[in-house]
Design a protein around this ligand. Structure first.
Ligand SMILES: [Zn+2]
Length: 1008
């Protein structure tokens, strides 16, 4: 027989596309449509359903950008359809793919019960059970005319990303509104062919593939192309044997979990996410009802809270589905946050507020951390994940690496302190699997741990903008449960996948340190207001807790639990992986800027209220120190009158080129252009600035990445650079112990910089406070600090410690890290001499080796501002403030202390006298990160400290209040040991970068 494989495949594909799929529904009768267009923002379903509806023709246009149109749909099921499954088919004007990135709908009963969503991959609603005795059907669709902002991954500038600038014209056309019978036989035949056609493409030449092809020919022979409905059942018969052939003994196991990765804000505002969730949850509850073995998993306590607060009916059904074990809360965090930029306390609160929510609402705690889409993972995470009581970690994003293929899929990930966490990232390379044969084969083929691990996870369902799992995906899973030539697919909780690894953990590979994403490096800089808002509010909240706890314990004033919880939860929401990274539409960032302003005001009000009470009545001017370290003699967490003792005056000399500033520790030259050619540590005589270079030059780079504008900085950005070194004016002023040089520079005709360069007595830190008027397009602004140290690596602060990275580019891994993260400082050193650069609101920097004649140094360049045009064309336009500090002659301890000062509040309050700190921790390299009252509102005090130098250490904890017991607790404040009677103080040991939390029971009740 001649080989006719391609002809067979072409024949089956054409029959499927042109005859079988179009015959899945029929016969058909039209629905009658009327509509009510909301004038403004969305309203509750009951209100909209009760509104007046006007006539509407199928085929007509509807929906301005971001509008909401309610459709009423009425029809009658013909009596002859009785007993058959009837569905409404609604096409709102969908593009072909990308559910969640265009118009969407949610169907409601006339009584206001959410039924199911409508999207391009899900255009049907089952209506059989909605009909009255006469077959009359009435239901409603809340249709959202969300504009298309990402078409085929083209990143085009658009004004549609904010309701204030979006167009008024109608975006969609209602193409279809019909009733139809679902022909189950035809649907099943279509799915048989879908799976077998997919499978044969993945198979080598051989008997299995040949038999599938023969079965396909046999099936189409049986099918009557003029009567598909009447012959579909018979056409399935020839396929039965090839679909029944069982999988091979060592077939890869796919642990499938229904999923919809829903971004809490992105190309839609937060209010739309709330509706996206309702749509997807309604559909998934419907799908769970239609299947016995399907399981669905959803992350983010915040998203559950939105359903609870906006759709009580869905919430009750969701709760029941969680209770039955089929709707699975995943991840245990408040949102799927960024993990590179949030502070240590923020990550702790992501877990604390997340898990407390799941416990309160469902009586359970998710066992893993679920972050499929976050842009890289901090090396502090393994410890925090473990100390919050989780057993596993899940990601997917590393498959997006531009340069290096990540070498593991199932592995133990170890952090800076040495903690390890069982980690998986799916070889399917997607968090939105459709269970196609191609995806299944890729997982099986590329899985790095095939030697020892039997399978991998597949988060299955349309994501980003929602959509979730479809009945087609369920049909594929059913056919590939045990199918020769295919991986075995089973719906399974991720918990069960990780539990199945218990016996082989010792055989898994390890990865140490950060999971750096070789992509999206611009997210450390885009939308500077997000970065600054986050950094400020994180610090203010920690201080609000400190002072509120202190005044509660000392004076019995109620602790503001509700206010603090609400503030934290809003901060945590904005750490979502498209808000803090600056990659959302203009609407999202406009609202977020307003929100950060409000959070700041409210947190400051809490601080001031507590400090006024602590200060008491008197005429002393008390300085409160909210940082973790003593400042100017004021203890951390205390207040005192500054005595001004031992304070000298900064010596200023005018030179040919500008000025020389000298205090008790350093001598710095500043030119009339504001450049810094020299900075000397007086004790050692060491010069910090690389010979022949000057610090504080502005570097402007062209910044137009190949795609993903707000996300990416591509390596070629370094090829073009414009230096701004000349000043348009400069002057010097002296105020008390502080000398300050003001410098103005023009970046272009539309952008400029004003810098205040200052030095105080008693400080190693030359401070540069910069105000930038930024009107550039597609530019990256960096500030250059060429340093005279042969630093083999940088040490950049991360949560509860620092991360070291080589400064060479010997390997492709080192080379790919050309823009990396820092928190409040980056430190470089050689031998006994080091320099730190502190900042108040920057997260991205690069470190370039400078090559001299016989020497080399390092150019540390923080990234200040960008100006991408997609998705927010106004990104970073306007006025910005930055603060940098060059700490001359700094070890890591000094780097940490100076870094911690930048945003710590030093409020001056009139009062009776100094305030002793409530909590004092002594010991080398130990800092307190949190003093608060326990989340369970028991009145217990929670104290958290960590080691920040990367060394083993010992310390002592003192509490200046009557204490009865102390015990070690987890980050979730669960007991890790029995309470120990308090003996006036507590001695403890800490490992390198270890984070320790105590619960302190006080002798008298406090709090509410
Ligand atoms: Zn995402």
């Amino acid at each position: 027989m001649h080989l006719m494989d391609d002809i067979t495949i072409g024949r089956a594909e054409r029959a499927l596309a042109e005859r079988i799929l179009p015959a899945v529904h029929g016969p058909i009768v039209a629905l009658q449509v009327s509509r009510h267009e909301l004038p403004g923002e969305p309203v509750a379903p009951a209100l909209a359903i009760a509104a007046d509806y006007g006539p509407f023709e199928t085929g007509a246009e509807w929906g301005r950008a971001w509008g909401t149109t309610w459709f009423r749909l009425e029809g009658r099921i013909p009596p002859e359809w009785a007993g058959r499954p009837v569905e409404a088919l609604i096409d709102l004007g969908f593009g072909r793919s990308m559910p969640g990135f265009q118009c969407e709908g949610l169907a409601f009963t006339a009584a206001g019960r959410a039924i199911k969503s409508l999207n391009p991959q899900n255009q049907w609603v089952r209506v059989s059970d909605l009909a009255d005795e006469d077959g009359r059907v009435e239901f409603f669709v809340e249709a959202a005319s969300n504009p298309v902002l990402l078409q085929d991954l083209r990143f085009e500038k658009t004004l549609q990303g904010d309701i204030r600038t979006a167009s008024d014209r109608a975006l969609y056309r209602l193409r279809r509104a019909d009733l139809a019978v679902l022909r189950t036989d035809v649907f099943e035949l279509a799915m048989d062919l879908d799976v077998l056609l997919g499978l044969q493409r993945q198979l080598p030449e051989g008997p299995r593939r040949a038999r599938i092809l023969q079965a396909l020919d046999d099936a189409i022979d049986v099918l009557d192309l003029q009567d598909v409905a009447g012959s579909a059942a018979a056409a399935r018969e020839p396929l039965r044997a090839v679909l029944a052939a069982p999988a091979e003994h060592s077939a890869h196991r796919i642990s499938a979990i229904g999923h919809a990765h829903i971004d809490s804000a992105w190309l839609w505002p937060i209010r739309e996410t709330v509706r996206k969730l309702a749509r997807t949850v309604a559909s998934m509850l419907d799908l769970l009802d239609s299947s016995d073995d399907f399981l669905y998993g959803m992350s983010s306590a915040q998203q559950y809270a939105w359903i609870r607060d906006s759709h009580p009916d869905l919430w009750q059904r969701l709760k029941a589905a969680v209770e039955s074990g089929r709707f699975i809360p995943l991840g245990g965090m408040w949102v799927e946050s960024d993990t590179v930029m949030p502070s240590g306390e923020s990550l702790v609160r992501q877990f604390l507020y997340g898990q407390r929510f799941f416990e309160k609402e469902f009586g359970l705690r998710p066992k893993g951390v679920w972050l499929p889409d976050t842009f890289g993972y901090s090396p502090a995470l393994p410890q925090l994940i473990r100390r919050a009581g989780f057993e596993w970690f899940f990601t997917q994003k590393l498959s997006w690496n531009q340069t290096n293929l990540f070498p593991h899929h199932t592995f133990a990930w170890h952090g800076i302190d040495g903690s390890g966490i069982l980690t998986h990232f799916p070889p399917m390379d997607t968090y939105a699997a459709e269970l196609t044969a191609e995806e299944l084969a890729r997982a099986s083929r590329t899985f790095r741990e095939n030697r020892v691990v039997p399978g991998s996870i597949a988060p299955t369902g349309f994501g980003d903008g929602g959509g979730g799992t479809t009945r087609e995906m369920l049909a594929r899973a059913a056919r590939t449960a045990d199918l020769e030539g295919s991986p075995r697919v089973a719906w399974e909780s991720p918990d069960d996948y990780f539990a199945s690894l218990a016996g082989i953990r010792h055989r898994l590979p390890t990865w140490d340190g950060e999971l750096y994403l070789e992509f999206h490096r611009g997210t450390l800089t885009s939308q500077h207001a997000m970065k600054q808002g986050n950094r400020r509010v994180e610090q203010l909240l920690v201080e609000a807790e400190l002072w509120s706890a202190t005044v509660s314990v000392r004076l019995g004033i109620p602790y503001p639990f509700d206010e603090i919880d609400a503030l934290w939860q809003t901060v945590l929401l904005h750490q979502f992986h498209d808000i803090l990274p600056g990659t959302s539409i203009a609407w999202v960032h406009r609202e977020a800027r307003e929100t950060y302003g409000r959070l700041e005001r409210e947190a400051r009000a809490l601080i001031e209220r507590a400090q006024r009470e602590l200060a008491g009545v008197g005429e002393e001017m008390l300085t409160f120190n909210g940082s973790a370290f003593e400042v100017q003699g004021v203890p951390a967490g205390g207040a005192a009158v500054l005595d001004g003792e031992g304070v000298g005056v900064v010596e200023i000399r005018e030179t040919d080129r500008g000025w020389t500033l000298r205090n008790d520790l350093v001598e710095v030259q500043v030119t009339a252009d504001g450049l810094i050619p020299s900075a000397v540590d007086l004790a050692t005589g060491r010069e910090a600035i690389f010979p022949g270079r000057a610090a504080n030059v502005l570097h402007i780079h062209q910044d137009f990445p190949n795609k993903w504008d707000a996300w990416d900085v591509d390596p070629f950005y370094r090829n073009t650079r414009h230096d701004v070194a000349d000043a348009t004016s400069s002057s010097i002023t002296v105020r008390g112990e502080r000398a300050e040089i003001a410098v103005e520079r023009a970046i272009s005709e539309v952008s400029s910089v004003l810098q205040r360069i200052s030095l105080e007595w008693g400080s190693r830190e030359l401070v540069i406070e910069q105000t930038t008027e930024w009107r550039e397009t597609e530019k990256l602004l960096k500030l250059s600090f060429p340093l005279n140290v042969r630093a083999e690596h940088t040490s950049a602060e991360t949560q509860f410690g620092f991360v070291t990275r080589p400064t060479h580019t010997n390997t492709s891994w080192d080379d790919a890290r050309f823009e990396t993260s820092m928190h409040r400082y980056v430190h470089v050193a050689e031998g006994g001499f080091g320099i730190a650069l502190t900042n108040d609101s920057s997260y991205g920097f690069d470190a370039l080796r400078i090559r001299g004649e016989n020497d080399w140094g390092i150019d540390i360049r923080p990234s200040l501002l960008r100006a991408p045009q997609y998705p927010d064309p106004e990104t970073d336009q306007g006025t910005h403030s930055h603060r940098f500090g060059l700490v001359i002659g700094a070890d890591l301890d000094a780097a940490t202390r100076y870094g911690a000062r930048a945003y710590a509040q030093r409020n001056v309050v009139r009062g009776a006298g100094s305030v002793d700190p409530l909590v004092v921790v002594r010991g080398s390299g130990i800092a307190v990160s949190s003093v608060k009252l326990a989340a369970d509102r028991s009145g217990d005090l929670i104290v958290r400290a960590h080691e920040y130098l990367g060394c083993r250490t010992a310390g002592q904890l003192r509490i200046s209040a009557p204490v009865s017991t102390i015990q070690q607790v987890s980050l979730l404040e669960d007991a890790l040991e029995e309470p120990i009677a308090w003996g006036g103080s507590a001695a403890f040991d800490l490992g390198a970068f270890e984070v320790r939390t105590w619960r302190v029971r006080l002798d008298r009740p406090v709090g509410e």
